[in-house]
Each structure stands twice: as structure tokens, then as C-alpha cells.
Design a binder for this molecule. Structure first.
Ligand code: ATP
Length: 351
């Protein structure tokens, strides 16, 4: 298995710097998602790892050794493109065999591996079909099988699920995890869908404008984001502006004693320091407990939306409007006066 290090990478297209001071470590055998908005450089990172592109500055290492001088076909990192790029004139079986043929794998091994993959991927009955006779999901599976056939050390998936409908997406998300469990290779996949990243990946690297903003598990990124960019990517949230006064965070509604565990450790804390208190909408109770574990204040419901499994409220206290989510049944009405209780355990202070 391979661990990958990308160190201080810079990549330009003409004069445009699209990857800038990019550092990332991908652990051996993990599934890592590159998550970020369109154009932030995700596909470029996959191409750099695979060897299809070379950086102007920086190094890429597999198991501690630089691979910059190793050409793409010898690097052992296979990239599966978003539009599959299957050979239209080859049937499913021959598409899957293609890479092994190029590698001059003996025919008996080629046949055995292809048959095994056809069965595992649920493609056996389609083995004689051509790509234009397959559904999007089947084409996607052929592209994956073709990549896996050569037993890559690293598999790189560029938006593998984008072209599939919602049902197939769910199926393929599980499928990617199953394949990963079976083949145990280091996997990097690109997505701009945070749910997909959270469901499939062991860790997620959030990218913004050619840089890594933060890397971590889905739970870490959700609970302990280092920037508003990351916290917004992981769902709706409230930010309450305030400043530090001794051991307290002072904000328009009052003051809260700050706990070290709720503060990003990279922040320098001093009196007068301006901070944002982040609190997710599900960690504010309506007419909930008013005790040491909560900070409570009066407010009025100004908006209510029913979205099936949750009810979303906007609640105003005259100083600011906060978003609150509850589970049904919850039948507060617009205009109701309520007591809001922020769960202190779940607040997070950031710059
Ligand atoms: P998307 O989610 O839309 O696929 P992405 O995050 O994968 O986007 P990239 O495809 O890596 O982004 O592109 C990053 C930037 O580099 C974009 O501004 C893109 O226009 C530019 N770019 C990518 N490839 C080339 C190229 N071959 N020549 C010039 N510019 C390029």
C-alpha cells in the first residue's frame, strides 16, 4: 500500500496559478475525498498525482520517494475520468482487459482477473456488450473495473458519481467502499458534494482556490472548522460575533465562559480579540433547559419551514436572527415568544 505526500506544490496554466502552496498527506490505504467548489483545482491535483501533469514547484512522494521523474504509465496511480473514456469499439470484457494487455500480463491471468471483476461488479451478463449499449451506472462500473484490473497502487476517481441518478449514486457510494475494502488500495476521489464526501471517505480535504483549507474526518470538519468557508461547506450554521474579555466571550446577548476544548488551538487569545462563536442550528433548543450547560435568552419565531424530517426556524431576539432546527413534532408558530438555549458543549470559537 502507498502513502502519498504532496509538498508545497505549485501548478500554473500559462500564467494562471491554479495550485498554490498545496500540502497534503494521504495515508496508506485510506479513501480521501477532495471536496471543493468548481474550478478550485481538484482534478488538477488528481492529474498531478497520476503523473499526467507535473508541478512547477514542490514534490510528490509515494512511500517517501519522489515520483516526479516516474512517468504516468509507470507510477501505478490510475485515474478514472468523470466521462469514463471507455473504448467504444471494444466490448466490456475487452475494455477491462485492455490495461493488462498493455502490461503484457499472461493471458490466463488476464482472463481470470477479468472474470472475477465482471462478477464482482455485476457486469458478467453484459460482458459482450459495447459501451453504447450500457447505462451510465454500468459504464461507470466498467471504467472502475478497467482501472482495478491492472492492480494499481493508487486509484484516483474524478467525480465518479456525478453522472448518475440519485438511486444509482447511493448504490455506487456503497460499491466504492466495498471495492476499497476488497482491494485495499489508497483511493482519492473528487467531489463537490459534501454528503458524498462524508458518506464515502475516511478523511476529507477541503480545497479552496488551489489550496487545502482543512483536512480531517467528516465529524472534525463539521464540529471544528477552521474557517467559515469550511463550516459553510458542511451545512447551515450560526455565527455570533463577540470578543474576548478574560475567560469570557462577550456578545450582544451576554457572556459565556470559554472552554479551551471549544477554541481552535491555532488562535491566539487575548483581551479584546474579536471572535465568532459558531453554533449549528440543531444545537439550539427552543424552550429547552435553562441550566449550567446552556446559555438561554428570549426571542421570537419569525419564520418556520417544514422540510419533512426536520423543521427549520428563524428566531430573532431583537439583536440578531438565528437559525434553529428541530425534529417534528414541533409546532411553534410565527410570532411565538420562546426561550432559546444554546448548548455550550457544542459552541466553537473561530476567527
Ligand atoms: P470542477 O469541479 O469544475 O471539475 P476542479 O476543481 O476539478 O473543477 P480543475 O479542473 O482542476 O478544477 O481546474 C482548476 C483551474 O485550472 C480552472 O480554473 C481551470 O479552468 C484551469 N485549468 C484546468 N486545466 C487547464 C488546462 N489544461 N489549461 C488551462 N487551464 C486549465
Amino acid at each position: 500500500m502507498v502513502y502519498i505526500e504532496m509538498e508545497n506544490i505549485e501548478k500554473k496554466f500559462d500564467k494562471d496559478l491554479v495550485i498554490d502552496s498545496f500540502d497534503l498527506e494521504i495515508k496508506s490505504g485510506e479513501i480521501l475525498a477532495l471536496l471543493g467548489p468548481s474550478g478550485c483545482g481538484k482534478t488538477t491535483i488528481l492529474k498531478l498525482i497520476s503523473g499526467l501533469l507535473a508541478p512547477e514547484i514542490g514534490d510528490i512522494k509515494f512511500n517517501g520517494d519522489s515520483v516526479l521523474n516516474i512517468p504516468a504509465e509507470k507510477r501505478g496511480a490510475v485515474l478514472v475520468f468523470q466521462d469514463y473514456l471507455l473504448f467504444p469499439h471494444l466490448n466490456v470484457e475487452k475494455n477491462i482487459m485492455f490495461g493488462m494487455k498493455m502490461q503484457k500480463t499472461p493471458v490466463s491471468i488476464r482472463k481470470k482477473r477479468t472474470e472475477e471483476l465482471l462478477k464482482f461488479m455485476g457486469l458478467f451478463e453484459h460482458r459482450n456488450h459495447y459501451p453504447n449499449e450500457l447505462s451510465g451506472g454500468q459504464r461507470q462500473r466498467v471504467a472502475l473495473a478497467r482501472a482495478l484490473a491492472v492492480k494499481p497502487k493508487v486509484i484516483l476517481l474524478d467525480e465518479p458519481l456525478t453522472n448518475l441518478d440519485a438511486n444509482l449514486r447511493g448504490e455506487m457510494q456503497e460499491f466504492i467502499r466495498d471495492i476499497h475494502k476488497r482491494e485495499k488500495m489508497t483511493t482519492v476521489f473528487v467531489t463537490h458534494d459534501r454528503d458524498e464526501a462524508m458518506l464515502v471517505a475516511d478523511r476529507i480535504a477541503v480545497m479552496n482556490k488551489g489550496k487545502v483549507e482543512q483536512v480531517g474526518t467528516a465529524e472534525d470538519l463539521y464540529k471544528f472548522p477552521k474557517s467559515c468557508f469550511v463550516s459553510n461547506f458542511f451545512g447551515s450554521t450560526n455565527y455570533i460575533d463577540g470578543e474576548v474579555d478574560g475567560e469570557f466571550f462577550v456578545f450582544p446577548e451576554g457572556k459565556i465562559k470559554m472552554k479551551k476544548t471549544n477554541i481552535d488551538k491555532d488562535i491566539d487569545i487575548y483581551d479584546g480579540k474579536k471572535l465568532k462563536m459558531m453554533i449549528r442550528p440543531e444545537f439550539i433548543d427552543i424552550n429547552g433547559p435553562n441550566d449550567r450547560e446552556h446559555f438561554s435568552f428570549k426571542a421570537k419565531i419569525v419564520h418556520r419551514s417544514f422540510v419533512g424530517e426536520r423543521i427549520l426556524y428563524k428566531i430573532d431576539d431583537g439583536k440578531q436572527t438565528l437559525k434553529v432546527t428541530t425534529l417534528p413534532p414541533s409546532d411553534y408558530l410565527i410570532g411565538d415568544e420562546v426561550l432559546l438555549s444554546i448548548k455550550l458543549e457544542h459552541v466553537w470559537y473561530m476567527e
